[in-house]
Design a protein around this ligand. Structure first.
Ligand code: FE2
Length: 300
């Protein structure tokens, strides 16, 4: 089965471009990269991708595109029939892309209507190696989406893009991997909505320094810091000016992609957070609302 192998970038539409850009640069510590158009491109300094976030101004917040990478052109081509058989709606066939960074890829609407891109051969960069305690993002770690048919959505991502289930939290949250890391995606019930995107930071010291910097700049912590059980990662959630949740995370579990067997973690307070001293909880996260960008590809 053909598979994607990592996350490349997330494209957002936001109603206050300047505020969102300021948050990502001053508070979140993404770095702005040169833009060939009127959109804003930001990169996590430890990333090999030339950008991790793309922003443009829109009347209301929306997800423009979630872009995944695949290992080569043959793999990209092999993903097309899988996506179609799983019920994805192709937006275009694999082609040499003229979006920033180029590459070869295609787009489709997933079961919920999110615009998903799969690409390879795009430009890459030499990543910066971050030091212990540096509260700056290394790369995107995972994305979390809601679906009204969350079990069907899990199956869609298994069949269409070759994700493997790593763990379930009860019967409502599913963690999926596309490489050696415990999860690159997680799925929750709810309206067709984006829940959050997480960024790896070097370690717990970086998480803690991040808590302080965010509090002193554009936004206090929304939930955390704590340590999840599924994936064993440390978490700390914040909300951007546009209302999108973002997470600094570290210590995500590395698994044997070939042999790891999925478990079900019975949900409890201790399972959601092994430490139990942080602020907030799932109830303090933004309420999921159907995304404004569903089934509307913007073509770039
Ligand atoms: Fe997360």
């Amino acid at each position: 089965m053909a598979r994607v192998n990592d996350i490349r970038f997330i494209g957002y539409g936001v109603s206050d471009l300047e505020a969102e850009k300021r948050f990502y640069i001053e508070s979140w510590k993404l770095e702005e990269v040169k833009s060939p158009d009127d959109m804003v491109y930001l990169v996590a300094p430890g990333s090999t991708a030339t950008y991790s976030v793309r922003l443009r101004e829109t009347a209301e917040p929306r997800i423009d595109v979630i872009s995944w990478s695949a290992k080569d052109r043959d793999e990209v081509d092999a993903l097309v029939p899988q996506v179609e058989a799983a019920g994805g709606k192709l937006i275009n066939q694999p082609h040499d892309m003229n979006t920033h960074g180029g590459g070869y890829g295609f787009r489709f609407f997933d079961m919920n209507g999110f615009t998903i891109e799969v690409a390879t051969d795009f430009e890459t960069r030499n990543p910066e190696v971050l030091k212990s305690g540096e509260a700056r993002p290394e790369k995107i770690s995972h994305v979390v989406l809601h679906s009204p048919n969350h079990k069907g959505y899990v199956k869609f991502y298994e069949d269409a893009l070759g994700f493997k289930v790593s763990d379930w939290l009860g019967d409502f949250m599913c963690f999926l991997r596309c490489n050696k890391w415990h999860h690159r995606m997680a799925i929750l019930p709810g309206p067709p909505a984006f829940n959050h995107v997480a960024y790896d930071v070097p370690d717990v010291d970086a998480i803690m320094k991040g808590v302080a910097r965010l509090r002193d700049t554009n936004g206090d912590i929304t939930w955390g810091p704590g340590r999840h059980t599924a994936g064993n990662n440390v978490f700390s959630y914040y909300v951007t000016p546009a209302g999108y949740a973002v997470e600094y995370t570290c210590d995500l579990e590395e698994v044997d992609d070939a042999t790891w067997e999925a478990k079900v973690h019975p949900p409890s307070k201790d399972v959601m957070d092994q430490w139990g001293f942080g602020v907030g909880g799932p109830e303090t996260m933004p309420k999921p609302m159907p995304d404004a960008g569903l089934f509307k590809d913007i073509g770039v």
